[in-house]
Design a protein around this ligand. Structure first.
Ligand SMILES: [Fe+2]
Ligand SMILES: [Fe+2]
Length: 259
């Protein structure tokens, strides 16, 4: 294909080479790969490279098949707190919500639900984060906790005056005044509304702190005991305990593994 701006293109490709060089050094000469999902965040994938092509371009180096040295090293038997500290992008929102729930004197299950409600967002994905987050923790918590986190995905779009939850102003700012949730969200809300655990799930919305307060005093240590009593900590470590979500924890640990 003809280059219309050869000078600019060259600068870009030089820059890319430089970045790649730097990355390879950090990686101890292994090739780290970006999964399709990571790449789709930048638009359609223009050029899909298979293994042999990538390896040829990198002088026959091996692919990364474990720990990515650019990321903090996880312990051999990682627990929830390790993921909080070494993988999650930010704890502030979760800790603020949980602190709110703690101060409101809610039962521990509801406090844990608040603490983990956006684990999907801060851990790995935004789209349908309530479902992803619930699935991730399902084998380790009371069903009431994971169910509540799953349906907060839908409940957050529907006010409940009796519970003291109004439609967040922030959503009008974020999505526009005419945003309407999709039918699957409406259906989830309608199923959840009459469920025996509706009250717990609704507490996630009530204690969701929509405005980030950088001065709020929050501390993960305040929740270590609640986690200890309400989140099963597998002796093999999360990821190595053969549950239906072990692979999700491993992927968080090793997001750039080739396979
Ligand atoms: Fe959320
Ligand atoms: Fe939230």
């Amino acid at each position: 294909m003809q280059q219309h701006h050869p000078a600019a293109a060259m600068t870009l490709s030089e820059r890319a080479d430089e970045l790649e060089e730097q990355m390879m050094n950090e990686l101890n000469d292994k090739i780290a790969s970006k999964s399709v999902l990571f790449q789709l965040a930048d638009g359609p994938i223009q050029q899909w490279k298979g293994g042999p092509q990538m390896q040829a371009e990198h002088g026959g180096k091996y692919f990364l098949m474990g720990h990515d040295p650019r990321l903090p090293k996880m312990p051999d038997k990682p627990q929830l707190i390790d993921f909080f500290k070494l993988r999650f992008a930010s704890l502030n929102h979760l800790l603020q919500s949980a602190t709110h729930a703690l101060k409101a004197g809610l039962p521990e299950k509801a406090i844990l639900a608040c603490l983990l409600h956006d684990i999907g967002v801060v851990g790995f994905i935004r789209c349908d984060h309530g479902y992803w987050g619930a699935q991730l923790i399902e084998p380790y918590v009371d069903e009431e906790v994971s169910w509540s986190i799953r349906v907060h995905q839908a409940l957050r779009f529907f006010p409940d005056d009796a519970a003291g939850y109004k439609y967040p102003d922030m959503y009008i700012k974020n999505f526009g005044a005419d945003y309407k949730p999709e039918p699957y969200i409406v259906a989830e809300y309608e199923r959840a509304r009459n469920h025996k655990w509706y009250g717990t799930a609704r507490q996630i919305c009530v204690n969701d702190i929509y405005s980030f307060d950088p001065n709020a005093k929050v501390d993960l240590d305040d929740f270590v005991d609640i986690i200890g009593r309400n989140f099963k900590q597998p002796k093999e470590g999360l990821g190595f305990d053969n549950t239906p979500s072990s692979h999700m924890w491993r992927t968080l640990m090793w997001p750039t593994r080739w396979l």
